[in-house]
Design a protein. Structure first.
Lengths: 201, 201
């Protein structure tokens, strides 16, 4: 019933995360009515594929330079503490930490977590790259900011042990009651962690 | 913090219907990880802008032909009853009716409904185009399939009066309890319409 080109486009749009057939169709129809947006988006996506890739050093998003390297804004920023390294799972986590303004060092994006259930073992983590980075950048402190989920905790524990031999200080982000949270509604594990991780005042 | 090209792309993506800043960012990041999808989508959107536009006759989606015309599959299908015309508000409504398989005639997409609150008056409806279509195609029966909302009903009533003079049979789609619906949970207006619109068996 639909033109073949449109069916193909709807199929492609439905491969975006969280987008089903119906939403993809809605996107496509809205762009038939707004041809300019389709043209601008086409150009923007072309540029994304051409000029954006993960930073060669840390995995954050970066523009590809003329000589083919990709260095992100954070790695290029000389005012950043270069001996302090924060390890995160995803770029989104890095962006969340940056918004908090609490991190003055640099980052390392793991890309994945240990996950026995999904068959992700230690050999799939970029350990060699991480070790090389710690040594070449003379990192003295590592903050493990993987999620506080089962996989995130397991990965943090694993990394802490692996990095011990390199003589760096390793810490884990705090887990507890979120800001403004009611104790009454906190789950047992969170509450347990809040008590265990108490700080003297 | 993000490369400028990426920020621009996220802004464009957030102009898609129902997409906010967060979702747009998620789309963009997923395509950094899947460069091929970005390239395919870029091409698909370019093709959309280049080759797809509303059908010149009915407003359904159509591919632009080599001589610059756009005729949809339904208008090109000679087996369709050409004297039966179904008037809908949007292309999505046309597609829903097509899926039902209950319509063997052709369509006319209005594009908008009368809406005093939004300042849409009769002069914004494509009345001239509709009249010309009815006369040139020798339409004998018109089905008004605008929504059963206040604006949709008002538009249907208005069109019924306007088309009276052309000597066509005009009908309105039935309003009542949906298939499988419980009377207990139907709202009063729907139930009232179901009773008013009863058919002898």
């Amino acid at each position: 019933m639909l033109p073949a080109r449109l069916t193909r486009l709807i199929h492609l749009l439905s491969r975006l995360p969280g987008v089903g057939e119906k939403t993809a169709q809605r996107f496509a129809l809205s762009m038939v009515a707004n041809r300019e947006l389709a043209i601008d988006l086409s150009q923007g996506l072309h540029d994304l594929a051409e000029f954006i890739r993960p930073c060669d050093v840390c995995g954050n998003l970066a523009e590809i330079s003329e000589d083919g390297d990709a260095r992100c804004q954070i790695c290029l920023d000389q005012r950043r503490a270069s001996a302090l390294l924060c390890i995160v799972q995803r770029i989104q986590d890095l962006m969340a930490i940056e918004r908090s303004g609490a991190m003055r060092g640099r980052y390392f994006v793991l890309g994945k977590l240990l996950s026995p259930l999904d068959g992700v073992g230690p050999e799939e983590l970029p350990l060699e790259k991480l070790r090389a980075r710690i040594q070449s950048d003379r990192i003295s402190e590592v903050i493990l900011a993987t999620p506080t989920s089962v996989d995130g905790e397991a990965t943090a524990l694993f990394l802490a042990r692996e990095l011990e031999a390199l003589g760096v200080t390793v810490s884990r982000i705090a887990s507890g009651i979120p800001h403004g949270g009611e104790l009454e509604f906190a789950d047992q594990i969170t509450l347990g962690r809040a008590i265990d991780g108490r700080r003297s005042l």
